[in-house]
Write a protein that binds this ligand. Sequence first.
Ligand SMILES: CC(C)(COP(=O)(O)OP(=O)(O)OC[C@H]1O[C@@H](n2cnc3c(N)ncnc32)[C@H](O)[C@@H]1OP(=O)(O)O)[C@@H](O)C(=O)NCCC(=O)NCCS
Length: 157
Amino acid sequence: MKSMKKDITGPPNLVIRPMTVSDIDRVVLLEQQLFTDPWPKLAFEQDADSENIGFLIAEIDGAICGYAGYMLFLGGAHLINIAVASEYRGKSIAKILLNHILEIAKTAGCVNIFLDVRPSNEAAIGLYRKYGFYELFKRPNYYYSPVEDALVMVKNL
Ligand SMILES: CC(C)(COP(=O)(O)OP(=O)(O)OC[C@H]1O[C@@H](n2cnc3c(N)ncnc32)[C@H](O)[C@@H]1OP(=O)(O)O)[C@@H](O)C(=O)NCCC(=O)NCCS
């Protein structure tokens, strides 16, 4: 895929950087605000120690406004999560985070990237379709709180 980074303008002062251990408490707080089935702090702590998992932080003037996680495996990648705080939405922050992850995956030699999403999550599915992800299959009753299928989507890199 051709890089789209140059085509997107985010908010001024937006910085995208790797997550550090000192970000985890603030990310967990956002996770609890944004998801009905939030990941526990321990999951972020364990992922911070993993060699093939990475998280990016979107920050404006010291405030964490979004984050996204990815896993790299042999020839492929998985988008673990992507989230933007409500007050920062609609400013292309998710697009910029996703662009960074697509570049990381391509640089690592991945040929495709997978993700799971709730079929009811129109905003996220809109973002993924815009980036060329297409639907593969559903995992029945994958999510809890509330129980819902997961839509598995993939994009060729
Ligand atoms: C999905 C989410 C990350 C989008 O963040 P965002 O920064 O507002 O997204 P962007 O401004 O970068 O918009 C990217 C694209 O997403 C799609 N999109 C965003 N919000 C949308 C909405 N409410 N309805 C439909 N499509 C939407 C659009 O295609 C948009 O492109 P456009 O602005 O050119 O139309 C954000 O809504 C969010 O954090 N939701 C809660 C957490 C979540 O559900 N994460 C996904 C887990 S799978």
